[in-house]
Design a protein around this ligand. Structure first.
Ligand code: AHR
Length: 502
């Protein structure tokens, strides 16, 4: 059996894990809202039309924040359309559908409360600007006594909605974006919007748009230029990244977290370069507010648009995730834990039906896609302090990288003294014997080994067979005086929970 080694020590801490690392995203797109979280008339719908079964699955996932209402959608959106009794239907030019505004700000805030999560609200800096951004902060967060805050009260929310985290637009360097801008234009607009928003409510935090992708020609220059303009008034820079495997190259696909790590390091370097240039004491952190695998649904989406442009709640971006997607999702989460000192917010894009861990059928059931599971595990057990997992693993080569470690791992120490190791074995053929040096923690025992594995990388979950790819107990191993040996089966996601021996 192949061998790898991990050394852990409580003094090798990366930093506290911000619970907002386990965020997600719901956009007014496809069946995310209409037919996803909201389906009045469904047997399990509550008094507001929200599906109770979906709420339960979201709560179980432990989603800490949900970015809303877009995405590309937000760049043409008028927030006023989504509050009060008058809800106009409008063309959504981001997704070529019709938005009815039936679910709006108040309804979503109610849904978020029911889902035990917080709203992360994106303002429109595409077709609109600082004035509207200021207005929505006043509407949502000001206690009362002004036209906008009193309007909120009249619309049913006596208390402020208390939205703490705001995105200054979405992917503004993308030519597909309504109101697309140059970096200088965006930086100036974001800065002015940020000033006004924080003057209304100084307690809020703001995320400025980084470039919409690491492979965008704008990447790098965009971050530098826009940060020069708005560094002092914002708190986070956003990163977005989606991966795909259209050629079926599993080893190459599983290596994509190396790209993610390089992307994060580049953005950190740029933030710190601007900090240095400005002689600033302020540290900007990262909000990885869109991440996922996204490629399965492309051809179907084209067909849908050809057939039914301007439809409502079209089944767009409904990727069906397979087992290898779950492994990469696991490696992405591992990468976030390894960068927990700078990545403070991350949103799995998205949450329901649209490139999502949770799927629903109209009038029917809901089920967990394969990628639900690594998120569930890291959100549940990846709390406390991220530890540096010094990993010694054999490596392999693939198209883009020569030195991909077969074992990809991260660790967390929770406040009860439990050490959790998350590990992906990327080897297609062979099991690994993982040797863990945990002596710095005293006498620990392996309480639990959770395993996600399937012999077929293309295996998927469906409503009829929802547990085809589901976690099961792993082979475990032995622990003796702070040393542990655990078997990580070929192609597997593993969660190893070590607790102090009673
Ligand atoms: O998540 C789907 C889309 O991907 C979002 O609307 C956009 O921000 C990104 O390009």
């Amino acid at each position: 059996m192949k061998k790898a080694r991990i050394i852990l020590d409580k003094d090798y801490a990366i930093g506290r894990i911000d619970p907002r690392l386990f965020g997600s995203f719901i956009e007014h797109l496809g069946r995310a809202v209409y037919g996803g979280i909201y389906e009045p008339g469904h047997p399990l719908a509550d008094e507001q039309g929200f599906r109770r079964d979906v709420l339960e699955m979201v709560r179980r996932l432990g989603v800490s924040v949900v970015r809303y209402p877009g995405g590309n959608f937000v760049s043409g959106f008028n927030w006023e359309d989504s509050v009060g009794p008058d809800r106009p239907s409008r063309l959504d030019l981001a997704w070529f559908t019709t938005e009815t505004n039936e679910v709006g700000l108040h309804e979503f805030a109610d849904w978020a409360r029911k889902a035990d999560t917080r709203v992360m609200y994106a303002v429109n800096l595409g077709t609109r600007g600082p004035e509207n951004a200021r207005d929505i902060v006043e509407y949502a967060n000001h206690p009362g006594g002004t036209r906008l805050s009193d309007m909120r009260i009249r619309n049913g929310a006596k208390d402020p909605l208390d939205i703490r985290l705001w995105c200054l637009g979405n992917e503004m360097d993308g030519s597909w974006q309504m109101g697309h801008k140059t970096a200088r234009e965006y930086g100036r607009t974001a800065n002015e919007a940020a000033k006004l928003m924080k003057w209304v409510d100084p307690s809020i935090e703001l995320v400025a748009c980084g470039s919409s992708g690491y492979d965008m020609p704008t990447f790098g220059d965009w971050e530098l230029t826009m940060l020069e303009e708005c560094y002092d008034n914002i708190d986070y820079v956003s990163l977005h990244r989606y991966y795909g495997n259209p050629t079926g190259d599993t080893p190459g696909f599983l290596a994509r977290s190396m790209d993610l790590d390089a992307f994060i390091r580049s953005v950190v370097s740029i933030c710190d370069a601007v900090k240095g240039k400005k002689h600033s004491k302020k540290q900007i952190h990262l909000s990885f507010d869109e991440w996922n695998i996204w490629y399965h649904s492309g051809a179907r989406d084209k067909e849908i648009w050809q057939r039914e442009k301007w439809g409502r709640a079209l089944p767009l971006l409904e990727d069906v995730y397979n087992f290898e997607d779950a492994l990469l999702a696991g490696s992405i989460l591992i990468t976030f834990l390894r960068n927990a000192d700078r990545v403070r917010i991350a949103c799995l894009a998205q949450l329901v039906n649209v490139i999502a861990p949770i799927m629903t059928r109209k009038g029917g059931g809901c089920w967990a896609q394969t990628i639900y599971w690594p998120f569930f595990h890291v959100s549940k057990y990846g709390r406390g302090t991220a530890l540096r997992a010094l990993t010694d693993s054999p490596v392999y080569g693939c198209r883009d990288y020569e030195d991909v470690p077969f074992i990809d791992a991260a660790a967390a120490l929770d406040d009860e003294g439990t050490v959790t190791v998350f590990a992906v074995n990327r080897d297609m053929e062979e099991d690994f014997l993982l040797d863990l040096d945990l002596r710095a923690f005293g006498d620990l025992e392996l309480k639990e080994h959770i395993l996600l594995h399937h012999d077929d990388v293309r295996a998927v979950n469906t409503e009829e067979d929802p547990e085809r790819v589901a976690p099961a107990p792993g082979p475990g191993g032995r622990t003796d005086r702070g040393r542990a040996q655990v078997v990580l089966p070929a192609l597997s996601w593993n969660v190893l929970r070590f607790s102090p021996r009673p």
